[in-house]
Design a protein around this ligand. Sequence first.
Ligand code: ZN
Length: 167
Amino acid sequence: MLGLSGISGENVCQNCGARGCRTVCEYCGAGLGRQEDQRAERDALEAFQAILMQASAEKQAQLLRSGYLPSSGELLIEAGLRILPLLRSAGDGVPQAQADSAQARLTTIMLRLKHAGRAASDPRVVELHRALEASRRAARHDFVLGLIIISAGLALLGGLIYWLLRR
Ligand SMILES: [Zn+2]
């Protein structure tokens, strides 16, 4: 088997090469080995969430990008619901890198749910969809606001240079 399990049940992470972790890599959040059934997938998701919640904001951004995702539709929905507080739209104070990564993870989750044929009529899937849309709108809003601030700054700088040259 390609699981590379050692005698102690420890795995080598295929993503970052770290050793010594069991179900989920503590360094990059990737799933290790194979999760044979939904119960094993739930354990792996719990392990990932525990690592995520204890990480610094900077580390969280990285974990959200490479982090373990279950294959069962039911657990994918749960994985999505659990990162909603990290989205930009959830409120101010979520660092941008973290919010971007949470949005990327939710985008992947939605694609997989679609692929798995999860009914878009499931109220939880609808909630995830709405949250993703709100996050994208908030990101666009941030982008436009950034452009306005940069433009205003440039205009001010231009005015200052003009004023200095005219003296
Ligand atoms: Zn790893």
